[in-house]
Design a binder for this molecule. Structure first.
Ligand SMILES: *[C@@H]1O[C@H](CO)[C@@H](O)[C@H](O)[C@H]1NC(C)=O
Ligand SMILES: *[C@@H]1O[C@H](CO)[C@@H](O)[C@H](O)[C@H]1NC(C)=O
Ligand SMILES: *[C@@H]1O[C@H](CO)[C@@H](O)[C@H](O)[C@H]1NC(C)=O
Ligand SMILES: *[C@@H]1O[C@H](CO)[C@@H](O)[C@H](O)[C@H]1NC(C)=O
Ligand SMILES: [Zn+2]
Length: 457
């Protein structure tokens, strides 16, 4: 009795390690084997039997959408919800499958002075829960935007872009990498290790994401993974390759965003492994070439990496439950773009027109660019703090103002003087804006609240 039992334990611990190592990293073998502390043996057994029975075969995917089912579902969504959506593709996979995106907005495809958010599922081919939940999300918003205030405010005030599958080839091959067996979450240019800087070597799926960020000015985003239950935030890599907490300049804001996800989730925040259900990427295990750090550095986009189920391939009949567990998190994360942070536009004082500029916050080494058409900016910040916010436009005098940011979002417009005018010599008074017709007209696009305007008399 003794021997077989310890063999079984050995087997179980092996399966737990395997299971964990598949999560975000997969290539590292030196992961702490934390599985036992949390799930206990019962949880491990579940994974063992599930994975051993179905590791390679197709039965894991029973009840999941195939790639052609997914394409049909996306297009059916586009027809059913045509007045709040647009369907487009950002490119093709190695095997030529279009990377379909659903954009949800009351004015899909149009430029508006609103923040944009993106969700990306199925980065890893063998992590398919996200691609299913993203269709649940789109359909739920479509069904509820006329009756649910949260859905309505997302449709009215955000452009939400949903890419259910970034890696359809990996999905049909039932494996992590794409058709060239490249891990797409290691294929982005990295700030420390320029392994991937040969653009010709980059995978088409990666290139599609990079071009997408050139076209659309995303404020924030999240990619959905499986194999753990935690909201992961930058940095993902350390300079010396050690496993250490390594916060980016917006560490506080990222912790706040990740906590919105974990605390809105059914039980992510009660994780024993990750305090509050969130983790800094590098303190979990460093990775290089990840999508999250690249988004923040090069796209100016605040991206989280969400591990949404311990089991990568739960049986398809668990998907509605997983949707219920994640629903409020997914909605609240998008809505956080409206409910928190500092938002506004930048205008020129001489023409009253929007001017292209950027926003910096004193003490945070990160610049947020304003949108090209409306010069609208959306600066996510942790609430409950004092911030010195500065607007900068080439050829104009910069302007800054101190704010106390409460829980709610704040609207703050800037009116800048051209560098060479007489006005520039005059006062630097910060005043509540009054009546300039042009500005009030522009302002209404930003939000319902009366904005504070920073300008000269
Ligand atoms: C979408 O269409 C429905 C029904 O035609 C209409 O009631 C609703 O107001 C429309 N929504 C938007 C955002 O245009
Ligand atoms: C969350 O709930 C699921 C389903 O009941 C369970 O399998 C999982 O272990 C729980 N996780 C945590 C961190 O409590
Ligand atoms: C700000 O960040 C950039 C990289 O984005 C770095 O080169 C620079 O040294 C940083 N400046 C400060 C003051 O930390
Ligand atoms: C409003 O803008 C127009 C051009 O867009 C400009 O000709 C006009 O002078 C502006 N009016 C005010 C009050 O700034
Ligand atoms: Zn993954």
């Amino acid at each position: 009795m003794e021997l077989p039992f310890s063999l079984l334990l050995l087997f179980l611990s092996f399966s737990t390690c395997l299971h964990l190592s598949h999560a975000r990293g997969g290539q590292r073998s030196s992961l702490p084997s934390v599985g036992f502390e949390n799930g206990g043996y019962a949880g491990s057994t579940r994974h063992l039997f599930k994975e051993s029975r179905s590791h390679i075969g197709n039965d894991v995917a029973r009840g999941y959408m195939t790639n052609s089912d997914l394409e049909k579902a996306v297009k059916a969504f586009g027809r059913r919800c045509s007045n709040i959506s647009r369907i487009y593709s950002i490119g093709k996979s190695v095997n030529g499958i279009p990377l379909w995106v659903i954009e949800i907005s009351d004015k899909p495809g149009e430029q508006e002075a609103e923040p944009a958010f993106k969700y990306i599922g199925n980065v890893h081919g063998d992590e398919p829960v996200g691609r299913e939940l993203l269709l649940f999300l789109a359909n739920w918003i479509c069904d509820n935007h006329l009756k649910d205030p949260l859905a309505a405010s997302i449709v009215e005030n955000v452009h939400l872009h949903i890419l259910p599958s970034m890696n359809p080839d990996g999905f049909s091959l039932r494996r992590r990498g794409n058709a060239n067996n490249v891990d797409l979450n290691r294929d982005f240019p990295d700030q420390f290790f320029p392994l991937n800087d040969d653009v010709d070597m980059r995978q088409p799926e990666t290139r599609a994401i990079m071009n997408w960020l050139r076209d659309i000015h995303f404020t924030a985003s999240a990619s959905l993974h499986g194999g753990a239950l935690v909201a992961n935030y930058p940095w993902d890599g350390t300079e010396d390759k050690r496993t250490n907490y390594f916060g980016c300049p917006d560490d506080e804001t990222f912790r706040f965003m990740a906590s919105i996800y974990s605390h809105s989730h059914y039980n992510m925040s009660s994780s024993k492994e990750f305090q509050g259900g969130i983790t800094n990427g590098a303190s979990w295990y460093p990775i290089y070439g990840g999508m999250q750090d690249w988004n923040y550095i090069h796209g100016g986009c605040f991206e989280l990496t969400l591990e949404i189920s311990d089991n990568k391939w739960p049986s398809a009949n668990e998907l509605p439950t997983l949707w219920e567990y994640n629903k409020m998190s997914m909605l609240n994360l998008v809505a956080s773009l409206l409910k928190t942070g500092v938002h506004g536009r930048i205008f020129s004082s001489d023409t009253g027109r929007p001017v292209l500029g950027s926003i910096t916050v004193k003490g945070i080494n990160h610049t947020v660019k304003a949108g090209r058409t409306f010069a609208d900016y959306h600066r996510l910040l942790a609430p409950g703090g004092r911030y010195e916010v500065m607007a900068t436009v080439p050829g104009y005098k910069s302007r800054s103002t101190g704010i106390w940011l409460e829980e709610a979002a704040m609207t703050l417009d800037f009116v800048l003087d051209p560098e060479v005018t007489l006005k520039g010599f005059l006062c630097f008074l910060f005043r509540r804006r009054i009546k300039n017709n042009n500005l009030s007209k522009h302002r209404q696009l930003v939000g319902p609240k009366r904005p504070v305007v920073v300008s000269n008399a």
